[in-house]
Structures are given as C-alpha cells and as structure tokens.
Design a protein around this ligand. Structure first.
Ligand code: MDE
Ligand code: FAD
Ligand code: SF4
Length: 670
C-alpha cells in the first residue's frame, strides 16, 4: 500500500527515497547556537524514521531579513560549525536536508526593515523602507552567499522562500510593489528579483545541489497574483535552474485560513495540480496533509509529485515509518490546532506539539525504563490521564485507568463535535491504540472510589473539571443552561441565545449552535464558498466575494466582562478565524458587561452606567471551570500517595496542551 508515497523520486543527480518532504518549520531552536544539538536531534529522529528530505526553518541571508531582532542568519563561515552538527546528524541517519533561505521583508519585527515599496503590513508594527537599487543587488548577493555557505555546511540543497508574503513575494505583486524601475511594474520586472536570486544561486552552487523554490500559487490577498502570472513565474523558475517547486498558499496577513484545523484535509492540493503537466520539474504540494491516506490520494490523483508535511512531524517523528509498516493506526496525528507550534512561535517561544510534548525536547524528555515498576491507578481518561497512563506503561509501570464514562477522552469527546475540531477524534483513536499497545488495564464505566484504589502503590487523579457557576441572581431560572447541557447532553435551545463568557468554550458553543448541516471543514467546495476562495485564480489573489452561511434561525449574543477585543484568550493564529466566522454568521459581541441578574426575559447587564436587558430564550453559561477532585481528601486521609494532573490540578486557563504535557512529565518522573 501507499505505492505512490513510497516510490522514489529521481532528481537526476540524486534520488529521494520516497515522496515525503518535511516542510519548513521554525522551531525556535535556530537562534541560539547552544540549541544546535537539540535541533540536530529533532531532525535526526525524523530522518531516521524515513523522511526523504527535510527543509529547515527559515534562515535569513542578511540582518535586515530576520523575523525578530535576534533571529537566525547564515552570513559567515564562522556559523558553519553549528549547521554542520545538524547536517551530520541527518546524514548519519540516511536523510537529506535543505536549508530554507527566508528574508521576511516587511514582515520583519524590527525597526530596520526593508521592502520593495514603503507600504506597511497590517500585521506588523513597523513601516519598511523602500529598497534602493543597490540594496536590491546586495540582497541578491546575500541570498547567493547564503546558499554557498549552506553548501559548505553540508546541506543537500536550499529552499528559496518565495511565498507566504515574505520579501520575494512582496516583489511579485502590485499590492506591495509599486516601483517604477526595473524591479516593479510589469510582470517581467516584478519577477526579476526572484529569478536573479535563483540564477545566481544555480551558478554559484553547481549541479548536484537541490534548489527548491517555494512558489506562492494562491496569495489570498487583494491584488495578488492571477493564474497567468503564477504560470509565467513557474516556467521562468524552471528555466532559471530550480530542481523542484514547492507550493505556498496564502500570505500571513491573508484573512482566509490556510493551515488551521477548520481547513479541510488536502484542501489546496488542487491548486498545485493546476501546474501539473505544464513543467518538467517535480511539484510539491502542501497544507493540511496530515495522514498517509490523504497524502497517497493526492499523489494518486496526480495533484503533485511529492507532498510536504510539516506539523505532522512535530506530532509524530515516526510518521513515515509507521505508514510504511502499515501501522498508520499508531500515528499521532497532527490536529492542526496550532496551539503548541505556531502560536508559540508567534509569541517568541520554542515550538512543541499539543499531542506530542516530546517535540523539540528530544534531548530533555526521555522515556527511561523504570527500575522499580509500581502499581499505579489513574482516575480519569481525559487527555491528562491518557498521556500519563501510556507513558508510565511504556516505562514499565503497571497501570490501571479508571473512567466513569463508557468512552475514553474526557472533554475531547465534546471538543471533537465542534465544527472544525473534528481532528480531535484522531487523538482519541491514537490514545485508544496506545493503551492497547502498552497494556494499560482500562476500566470504563467505573467511577473510581477509595475502595477501588486501595491496592495501588500510588494514585494519579486526572478527574478533570466541573463548570464554574458564577454568582448571579436568577440562576435557577429554567432558561439558564451550562455548556455541558448543550454540547454534551444535546438539550434543545430557543432562538434568542445569550452566551455568558467568551473564552474558548463560549466561542465553541457559539460555533456549534450556528452550524447548519455539514461543516465546511469536511467539504472542500463548501470551504471555498464560505471563505470566497477562487481556486482557478481568475480573480487576483484567488479571492472572490465570500459567502458565509448566515443562520437566521438563531440570534446569538456573546458577552464578556472584560473591555477590549472579544476572545483575546483564543489562539494567536486562530482567534481571528473564530471571530470572523461568527461575525459573518451574524453573532453579536458585547464586551465590558457588568452582569446584574437573570430574569425569565433574559440577561440584565450594566454597560457604561446604563442597565439593559438582552432578551433571551436561553442563557448558556460558559463562565469557566473549576478543578474536580473529590477523591483527594479521602485518599490523603488514607495516607495514599496522590498526584494531581490536568484540570484536577488547576482549571484556570486549562487546555489539552497543558493536560497532556503534565501527564507526560509526571509519567517520566514517577
Ligand atoms: P490580529 O489581531 O489578527 O490582527 C491585528 C489587526 O490587524 C488587522 N488585520 C488586517 N487588516 C486588513 N487587512 C488584513 N489583511 C489584515 N490582517 C490583519 C486585524 O483585523 C486586527 O485589527 P483589529 O481587529 O485589532 O482592529 O493579529 P496579530 O497582529 O495578533 O497577529 C497576526 C498573525 C501574525 C498571528 C496572523 O495574522 C497569523 O495568524 N496569520 C496566519 C498565519 C498562518 O497561518 N500562516 C500559514 C503558514 S505558517 C508558516 O508558513 C510559518 C510561520 C512561521 C513564522 S516564523 C518564520 C520563520 O521561519 C512566521 C512569522 C510571520 C510573521 C508575520
Ligand atoms: P477531562 O478531559 O475533563 O477528563 C477528566 C475525566 O475524568 C473525564 O473523562 C471524567 O469522566 C473522568 N472522571 C472524573 N471523575 C472520575 C472518577 N471518580 N472515576 C473515573 N473517572 C472519572 N483544549 C484544547 O487544548 N484545545 C481545544 O481546541 C479545546 N477545545 C475544547 C472545546 C470544548 C467544547 C471543551 C469542553 C473543551 C475544550 N478543550 C480544548 C479543553 C480540553 O478538552 C481540556 O482542557 C482537557 O480535556 C482537560 O483534560 P483533563 O484530562 O484534565 O480532564
Ligand atoms: Fe499539529 Fe497542534 Fe501539534 Fe501543532 S500543536 S503540530 S498543530 S497537533
């Protein structure tokens, strides 16, 4: 099986062993040379498990091109030793690795930034300086020098980052390039910067060196490229000497989701297919490919010659090996949540993975077999209990997991019903399989009591949370419901709804209630329609008027006590998607609400000194959670050693990322 995925790709001067590329991901380990051994180990693990070619995170060819003030550059021979640690480690495992050269242009988060024209990006605080002709020539030389250094450092190739709205992309379209010299104006002039870089690199590095060009095939911004321009550039790139072309989808400032979990799997493979048959070099497709089945289908349908996956390699270093051995049910699937990877990177932290806390901590978090196997009882099979149970069992402990419900997963079962969060089902599948493989004894439909736990050496309480009920007059009115009544017990609600509390669960409840029929996350056509994507690129940038399905059967008002923007606690790279989705569906947001009381007519609030009634048939409380651990006191009284993890330990700002990490970390120590 996976005959397409596992067929070699002959590049003429070298052969890639399969069609899987590990796409570029900035991990946050690139900046400090002391982190190089960690980065080397991160890549080496993935290479050992069979990925054909790895592309590093973006490295700037000069100081102006960095993403953040102290971000990584490759500009001098003195930096080679650090990179050699990485290339040697990958080569020792039989892998190949290319360095991504990335100049961020106007996306640089530092005041000394440059761009083709002095036009500020909507998502960065600084105005760029328009580059002079000399600066452009110097920057081209910097790219070439960087590629030469990469070759000296032992990389098998480079990827020229020409997409996502970075510097090269900024030259390509009029939206950001309003020059009237040889670097702007007609398409030939706008492409000159990209092509001069490629030609220069090709000449400098010679034949047996992979040159990937990441081409923005769908800008998803106003005044972006149209189909004929993408084809023009693709052909010119081939002529300039690129070995392969990789797909880029959407600028970072685009207001259309491109990689988040509500994007259907393989959504953009058809965009790459538009170029298939029109070029003689291999094409790589990317974005939201997270299972071997999706990857195989994309290749079998002729959408591309190779697939790029990035985050799936954070989620599971052994993705390729497991697929090859027919153990795909053991793959820890990337759920595209962005919570522990992209959100962390955008906040200046090291990346990891919600479902795999070992990612980028390969040298620190080690699963060492225990010398003293213990009899351990885990109460609660939510993500905290599950991650503890499988990791502790892998170390050789004897683990029994008690779960009062008939299924494992805790709140993830509820989360997986939210439109666009279906991927959580994969996490449940993964844990179910891991419990079998590690021999954990699972006792479903069993509410643990102190008696159940008597014969165990230690007890791990992972019993989760209960909803927090605020103190407000009128709470016992039948119009009041909790999010569990709606999401878990599926109680019917009326037409006019007030959602009290606008954190993650408030947003999810709102998304759930406004969803009519099948969610667009499961239907590529519906997704294009909803977000106004024109896959044929007859509209510039591939955006046409969007058509969010408005639900007139429900009037929802979301409220929060805090002033300012609603939903600020949501993920950095996904919050805007949720806000936009709900706005388009007609949901109203009310901030700075001082809750007064609930009446049978609705919620009375005070805002700016004035009282007002928000009429409601139902008020749904999404007002936070409290730790739930009723067994703690009786067990401690009985002198049991008890550990608390996940929501049972602390419910404030709890998420599955923290629950899984805590479960894992405790299992490594116990
Ligand atoms: P925000 O709160 O969403 O936006 C701030 C304000 O700007 C407005 N806005 C816009 N107005 C007009 N037109 C636009 N296009 C536009 N975009 C935003 C907003 O409405 C808002 O106004 P307000 O509501 O307050 O009045 O965003 P933020 O500033 O907190 O953060 C923005 C983000 C950078 C997080 C963001 O936009 C991101 O979520 N975009 C999607 C990113 C994405 O998913 N890209 C896909 C591929 S990921 C990838 O390729 C690799 C990424 C790694 C890093 S590191 C690279 C090194 O290797 C990339 C770092 C990019 C830096 C810009
Ligand atoms: P829980 O998941 O609450 O699990 C506790 C388990 O313990 C339950 O299964 C319960 O039945 C069991 N239990 C309790 N007492 C006993 C007993 N005595 N005996 C046996 N079993 C017992 N997080 C994210 O990171 N990203 C998201 O996108 C996200 N979306 C969400 C959407 C919704 C609608 C909800 C409700 C939550 C969402 N979360 C999300 C939060 C995430 O699901 C929780 O943070 C996480 O599940 C907490 O894990 P836990 O293991 O601590 O507890
Ligand atoms: Fe995928 Fe979420 Fe892990 Fe990022 S944190 S790699 S999106 S599962």
């Amino acid at each position: 099986h996976y005959s397409h995925l596992f067929s070699p790709l002959d590049l003429g001067f070298t052969v890639l062993k399969n069609r899987i590329l590990m796409g570029s991901m900035h991990t946050g380990l690139e900046e400090n040379p002391n982190d190089a051994p960690k980065l080397a180990q991160f890549y080496a693990q993935r290479a050992a498990a069979g990925v054909a070619l790895i592309v590093t995170g973006g490295i700037s060819p000069n100081k102006q091109g960095v993403l953040l003030p102290h971000a990584a550059t490759l500009i001098s021979e003195s930096q080679l030793a650090t990179h050699q640690l990485v290339t040697n480690a990958v080569h020792q495992q039989g892998g190949k690795i290319a360095l991504q050269i990335l100049h961020t242009g106007r996306y640089s988060y530092q005041p000394n930034l440059v761009a083709p024209s002095a036009i500020q990006s909507p998502i960065t605080p600084f105005m760029p300086k328009a580059m002079s002709h000399e600066q452009i020539e110097q920057t081209i030389n910097d790219y070439i020098h960087c590629a030469q250094l990469a070759q000296k450092a032992g990389y098998d190739g480079v990827e020229i980052m020409g997409s996502e709205g970075y510097l090269i992309n900024q030259f390509l379209v009029r939206h950001t390039n309003q020059r009237d010299d040889q670097w702007g104006g007609n398409i030939e002039n706008r492409c000159r910067f990209a092509l001069r870089i490629l030609e220069g690199i090709k000449k400098a590095v010679g034949e047996p060196f992979i040159i990937i060009y990441r081409l923005s095939m769908l800008d998803l911004i106003k005044d972006g490229a149209e189909a004929s321009e993408v084809l023009y550039l693709a052909k010119a790139i081939e002529k300039a000497g690129a070995t392969m072309i990789n797909t880029g989808i959407g600028w970072h400032e685009a207001r259309i989701p491109t990689i988040a979990t509500m994007v259907p799997r393989g959504q953009f493979a058809n965009i790459t297919r538009e170029l298939m048959g029109k070029l003689n070099i291999p094409l790589i497709t990317s974005n939201r490919i997270n299972t071997p089945q999706t990857a195989e289908a994309i290749l079998a349908e002729g959408c591309a010659d190779m697939v790029s996956m990035a985050r799936p390699f954070l989620a599971d270093p052994e993705f390729v090996l497991k697929a090859q051995q027919g153990r795909e049910d053991e793959i820890n699937t990337c759920i595209a949540c962005n919570q522990a990877c992209l959100d962390e990177i955008f906040s200046g932290q090291t990346a990891s993975c919600l479902v795999n806390p070992f990612a980028c901590q390969e040298t620190e978090l080690l699963v060492i077999p225990t010398q003293q196997p213990k009899k351990l009882a885990v109460v609660g099979a939510g993500p905290a209990g599950l991650s503890f149970a499988v990791t502790a069992a892998k170390r050789g402990h004897h683990v029994t997991l008690f779960e009062k419900e008939d299924v494992i997963g805790g709140q993830l079962n509820i989360a997986s019903q939210i439109p666009g969060k279906e991927e959580f089902k994969e996490t449940l599948r993964y844990f179910k399989r891991q419990l079998q493989l590690t021999g954990v004894i699972v006792k479903n439909n069993t509410e643990a009591t102190p008696e159940h736990l008597e014969n165990f050496d230690e007890v791990i309480l992972a019993s989760g949370v209960k909803p927090h009920i605020p103190e407000i007059e009128g709470l016992d009115d039948p119009i009041v419901k909790s999010y569990l009544d709606v999401l878990k017990y599926h109680q019917p609600v009326g037409k006019n709804i007030v959602i009290m509390g606008s954190g993650g669960i408030g947003f999810d409840t709102s998304l759930y209630l406004t969803q009519k029929g099948q969610c667009s996350s499961l239907s590529p056509c519906a997704f294009n329609k909803e977000w106004g994507i024109d896959p044929t690129l007859s509209y510039r940038g591939g955006i046409k008027p969007a058509n969010h399905s408005k639900d007139d059967t429900k009037h929802i008002v979301m409220t929060q006590r805090k002033a300012g923007k609603i939903g600020l606690s949501l993920g950095k790279t996904t919050g805007w998607i949720h806000r936009l989705t709900l706005e388009k569906k007609g949901v109203k947001f009310l901030t700075h609400c001082n809750y007064q009381r609930i009446t049978p007519e609705g919620l009375i609030i005070e805002q700016d000194g004035k009282q007002q009634l928000i009429p409601a048939d139902n008020i749904i409380l999404c007002t936070g959670q409290r730790a739930y651990h009723p067994l703690l006191t009786p067990l401690e009284k009985g002198n049991k050693t008890v550990h608390l993890i996940g929501g049972a330990k602390d419910a404030s700002a709890l998420d599955a990322k923290r629950a899984i990490r805590q479960g894992t970390e405790l299992a490594l120590e116990i």
